[in-house]
Design a protein around this ligand. Structure first.
Ligand SMILES: [Ca+2]
Ligand SMILES: [Ca+2]
Length: 369
């Protein structure tokens, strides 16, 4: 309603606008009179009306939706503090949100696992410039891409299930910083393009910085400080479970479970995690492999762009490579990281790896950690 009024007001303003400069130029007295009439009582009244229109703290709305049209309308009309609540059922998308919440009043989209978003084309759910959202509980299944964030900061994704995607399941892109995905279940990805079937994709490859990078595409995609916590990946994740792209930094991967069966091996996708960003902490994750697929190593680090892919720390990860030929933690670029070497501490464990724990010197575990 408010949106419709705003559109009408904008249309009216557009119609009147051409007349205003002439009016003001040729009738200074009239303009002055209008100004005098409006101030100060009218201005005060307008201010009061504005205050009344703003949602009161604690008076947040809950919008119940039960079909695709209602969900699309709720997303389009979302305001800070809203909770959009999905009933169990099928929601055929694609769906997009562009409104932002605030730090104090995020916008929440929530539902049970039996609320299933899908899309024949595009993304199951696209947060496009939509900051401060919380996504909880529901499922995205059967979409070319699952959940995609562009320029969407401070988004929390919790306890969702994402599966049966054509390419990647969840993508933090176009400088979508300070996001968290936790306690979620991601499996059966890359059904149409296994080489791009990542579980969680952080940032963009250098070949896509032109589309998604900072400074008009001349710099990296700074989807920084993303935290991936306590999720279960696989089986059936066709590319890396977490692909950390060059130019991103300071994220955390902690407490995740990686089940490597179903990895395609295409486009070098042959490890649970691939780290090409900087300053990541990869800690207390558990990985396994039952022999179905192309897993080579558990974790790999790479320098995809000179100067990136360094200063990452691997701590207390347990890796069962199920007879795969590689390392639990394969640091391929230590010689290019003299200023900020990768660190692999002695409390990482490995079984079933043809080459052992790691190819670099292990650092004593911090007894305080
Ligand atoms: Ca990849
Ligand atoms: Ca690889």
């Amino acid at each position: 309603m408010r949106r419709a009024l705003a559109v009408l007001a904008a249309a009216a303003a557009a119609l009147l606008a051409p007349a205003l400069p002439a009016h003001a130029a040729h009738a200074p007295q009239a303009a002055q009179a209008v100004h005098a009439a409006q101030a100060p009582q009218a201005a005060e009244a307008a201010e009061e009306a504005e205050e009344e229109a703003a949602p009161e703290p604690g008076a947040a709305r809950t919008v119940e939706v039960a079909d695709a049209a209602e969900l699309a309308a709720a997303l389009a009309g979302a305001e800070p503090g809203d909770t959009i609540s999905l009933a169990p059922g099928e929601y055929a998308g694609p769906f997009t949100a562009t409104a932002s919440g605030t730090e104090e009043e995020p916008i929440t989209l929530t539902g049970p696992r039996e609320a299933v978003l899908s899309a024949a084309s595009g993304y199951g759910l696209h947060l496009d410039g939509a900051d401060h959202w919380t996504l909880t509980g529901f499922t995205v299944s059967g979409a070319p891409k699952g959940i995609v964030l562009d320029e969407a900061d401070h988004v929390l994704i919790a306890e969702v299930e994402v599966s049966h995607t054509g390419t990647e399941a969840v993508h933090f892109r176009s400088g979508s910083a300070d996001g968290v995905i936790r306690d979620s279940f991601i499996h059966d990805t890359g059904l149409t393009q296994p080489q791009y079937g990542e579980g969680v994709y952080i940032g963009s490859a250098v070949s896509h910085w032109g589309d998604f990078g900072e400074d008009g595409g001349t710099g990296p995609d700074r989807s920084d400080r993303v935290q991936v916590l306590g999720n279960t990946f696989g089986p059936g994740v066709a590319a890396e479970h977490v692909d950390v792209k060059e130019g991103t930094r300071d994220g955390v991967l902690r407490g995740n479970t990686f089940v490597g069966d179903g990895m395609s091996g295409e486009n070098y996708a042959d490890s649970w995690v691939d780290v090409k960003g900087d300053g990541y902490l990869i800690e207390s994750n558990t990985g396994s492999f039952g022999g179905e697929g192309a897993l080579l190593d558990g974790y790999q680090t790479h320098t995809a762009v000179e100067g990136y892919g360094c200063g990452n720390t691997f701590r207390a990860n347990d890796s069962d490579l199920g007879g795969a030929a590689g390392y639990a933690i394969h640091v391929t670029n230590q010689s290019r990281c003299a200023a900020a070497p990768q660190v692999v501490t002695a409390d990482n464990t490995v079984t079933g790896a043809g080459s052992g724990l790691t190819n670099i010197e292990v650092t004593p575990a911090d007894p305080a950690a």
